[in-house]
Design a protein around this ligand. Structure first.
Ligand SMILES: O=C(O)CCC(=O)C(=O)O
Ligand SMILES: [Fe+2]
Length: 275
């Protein structure tokens, strides 16, 4: 196994591994890289839907996403799709998947299935590096804070997607979500301190209104969005990415209008988060 870090803080490309056969100690090494570097990227994978599901089960549990369409044959696999005549994509803003769940998903395994001729990259940002770089006064302010997360403003009938051409295919419009998590969490496996608020799903600090929360939230978002914490992955047929939702945010570029893009995602079960 050969590894190459994508940027100083975020992402590692792993060579010499076929995920379909990965197990045991080598799998544990990949886990560790995903936990610490936020995203592990694999090229030239022979990785069909059955391999995808079997690998996710070797990793741990599978969470079924309540909103994305599922493949007919495999309800474990969510389809992240933009048809060529759609203008809105999925995940086109910085976010952390499932932070609105009481027990947020650990991460995801995303597989490229149909790619535009160019564009459609995915960006990740490392929330451990972002936390470490905060001024000490800000770190002190965050110490005992908790924040409320929900997905209702995104997926509800009057939510963001419903107003776009992605609205039709999404499920779960009547679901209500909400969870409160510490603003700084410890990574369950590595113990690293991570900034755990995100622009997609975090609404307010516990005990404060949205209005009272916005100035500090926006300060944190602007800080964490800095390019120095990011890495970027261009997809090719056979590319697979495994990311950790606690360690990172991610962002799907929407710069391929007039072309289709389809990815298969399996969401990996996580554990409760604590400060
Ligand atoms: O399509 C992508 O690159 C990522 C989309 C996304 O946010 C997700 O699958 O969670
Ligand atoms: Fe996402």
């Amino acid at each position: 196994m050969k590894t190459q870090d994508l940027t100083k803080h975020c992402g590692t490309a792993i060579e010499g591994v076929q995920l379909a056969r990965l197990e045991g100690e080598a799998l544990d090494r990949v886990r560790e890289i995903a936990y610490r570097r936020g995203v592990a990227v694999f090229r030239d994978q022979d990785f069909g839907p059955e391999d995808h599901i079997a690998f996710a089960k070797r990793w741990g549990g599978i969470d079924i996403n309540n909103y994305f369409p599922l493949t007919d044959e495999h309800p474990e696999i969510a389809v992240v799709r933009k048809r060529k005549d759609q203008t809105m994509n999925i995940g086109g803003g910085w976010h952390t998947d499932h932070s609105y769940d009481q027990v947020p998903a650990m991460g995801s395994i995303l597989v490229a299935r149909d790619l535009p001729p160019s564009g459609g990259d995915t960006l990740w940002a490392h929330m451990g590096a972002a936390y470490d770089a905060l001024p000490d006064e800000t770190k002190a302010k965050l110490e005992l804070l908790e924040a409320f997360h929900t997905a209702d403003h995104i997926y509800a009938p009057d939510g963001i997607y419903a107003k776009t051409d992605q609205g039709g295919e999404l499920r779960g419009k009547d679901l209500k979500t909400g969870a409160t998590h510490p603003v700084v969490v410890r990574h369950p496996q590595t113990g690293q301190k991570l900034l755990y608020v995100n622009p997609g799903f975090t609404i307010n600090f516990a005990g404060r209104s949205r209005e009272e929360s916005l100035p500090l939230l926006q300060e944190l978002f602007a800080h964490a969005m800095k390019e120095e914490f990011q890495c970027r992955v261009g997809w090719e047929p056979g590319t697979v990415a495994i990311w950790d939702n606690r360690t990172t945010w991610h962002y799907a570029m929407n710069d391929y209008q007039g072309h289709a893009r389809e990815m298969h995602r399996i969401t990996l079960t996580g554990e409760p988060l604590a400060a």
